[in-house]
Design a protein around this ligand. Structure first.
Ligand code: SAH
Ligand code: SF4
Length: 388
């Protein structure tokens, strides 16, 4: 049976190599070829013996999810659409900022938690992503960015059977200067990462491994809607930075917006956050708060929040709601967001307002679903037509 080496963390790769009669340092070399150098072809792995490469080629592949499409926005934000089979696509978004490059990674196709303001939640749950599909997002992004860096602004990404390549690179040269490899990962794409625990943690191990992506624990953030038992497991197994999607200051409103609150109410969630901080790489939790006009955005709500978090070291990230067809919600006005932020800041709560990025390529939070399926179908139709 052929295995996909992108599914393996360092330990699994070491075991696999041992099964082929190879010593552990060979697994380390392989790890570097696959993840650090972004290679999918054993033939180019020049420091591995011919015989070992032949054994690998007979038993294994390095197979990221196929790339269907890629976009570059005027502000330098990049987006890749990857196929995960059965007409489904996932998107991964790269956001360049001064001194860092952040990749927003998906963990599931759809999501079962059904938050009312989230287009992924409205789709329902389809399936968990595999380790290869999670890590594959980082693999593609680093590879594409390296190529941009090398001056291939036209993005000559490997053509795959059934794949399309397209890059709206009108401002490629301006963006080129800003691009670099991924330095930060946020698990804030589609899906609830802690509901796909084992695969996400294996992917995190690879993100942190010096021979793979070598990211610092502080620069990898898991965002959760508040699965309390899984937050405890993450703390024990792989404590990375944690963001918690709060969105409401009391149980009544939160249970409406984030239905998992009925199972894990705010008192339990706050206690879990404080436990997490005992092992976290940062000394605060980031609370995400999507600003919904007339729903959760009054100064009263802000004051209630101050009370809620008074024993929990935290920072707030206010997210302007990104509308999608039929959502039934509106984005809070800039003035309402400013007043809300000021109330929190006056209580000495560090608060940032998330800038909406990649508007022209629909790359914002909560916009990554919906049109994905249509687009994937369209891409498949095109492929079928092309194949004849
Ligand atoms: N499931 C995880 C991570 C993915 S969502 C979670 O819920 O935390 C990443 C962030 O985007 C969450 O804070 C989520 O609440 C927010 N989000 C979802 N839909 C949104 C929308 N339409 N506009 C703005 N933010 C949204
Ligand atoms: Fe799932 Fe997060 Fe969307 Fe809620 S906000 S439905 S947990 S992806």
């Amino acid at each position: 049976m052929t295995v996909n080496l992108l599914d393996f963390d360092a330990k699994a790769l070491t075991d696999f190599c041992a099964g082929l009669g190879e010593r552990p340092f060979r697994a380390r070399q392989l790890l570097r070829w696959i993840h650090r150098r972004g290679k999918a072809d054993f033939a180019v792995m020049s420091d591995l013996a011919q015989a070992f490469r032949a054994k690998l080629a007979a038993r294994a592949v390095i197979e990221p999810p196929p790339l269907i499409d890629s976009h570059l926005a005027a502000d330098g934000t990049r987006k890749w659409l990857l196929s995960v089979g059965a007409g489904n696509g996932i998107e991964t978004v790269y956001i360049p900022e001064a001194g860092r490059g952040t990749l927003c990674v998906s963990s599931q196709v759809g999501c079962a938690l059904a938050c009312t303001f989230c287009s992924t939640g409205r789709q329902g749950f389809n399936r968990n992503l595999t380790v290869a599909e999670i890590v594959g997002q980082l693999w593609w992004a680093n590879r594409a960015l390296a190529q941009v860096h090398e001056g291939h602004a036209a993005m000559e990404l490997e053509e795959r059977p059934g794949g399309q390549k397209k890059e709206r690179a009108s401002q490629a040269s301006a963006a080129k200067a800003r691009d670099r490899a991924v330095t930060n990962v946020v698990m804030m794409g589609m899906g609830e990462p802690l509901a796909n625990f084992e695969n996400v943690v294996t992917a995190l191990d690879l993100m942190l491994d010096d021979d793979a992506y070598g990211l610092s624990r502080r620069r990898v953030t898991v965002s959760t809607s508040g699965l309390v038992p899984a937050m405890d497991r993450l703390r024990e197994r792989c404590p990375v930075a944690l963001a918690v999607s709060l969105h409401a200051p009391n149980d009544g409103l939160r249970s409406e917006l984030v239905p998992i609150n009925r199972k894990y109410p705010l008192s339990e969630l706050m206690a879990a956050c404080r436990r997490y901080l005992q092992s976290a790489p940062r000394d605060f939790i980031t609370f995400e708060y999507v600003m919904l006009e007339g729903i959760n955005d009054s100064p009263e709500h802000a004051r209630e929040l101050i009370q809620l978090v008074r024993d929990t070291p935290c920072k707030f990230n206010l997210i302007p709601f990104n509308p999608f067809p039929g959502s039934g919600y509106r984005r809070s006005s800039a003035e309402a967001v400013r007043v809300f932020r000021d109330v929190l800041m006056q209580a000495e709560l560090m608060t940032t307002v998330r800038r909406t990025r990649g508007d022209d390529i629909a790359a914002a939070c909560g916009q990554l679903a919906g049109r994905v399926r249509d687009k994937t179908r369209r891409a498949e139709r095109n492929t079928l037509e092309a194949v004849g």
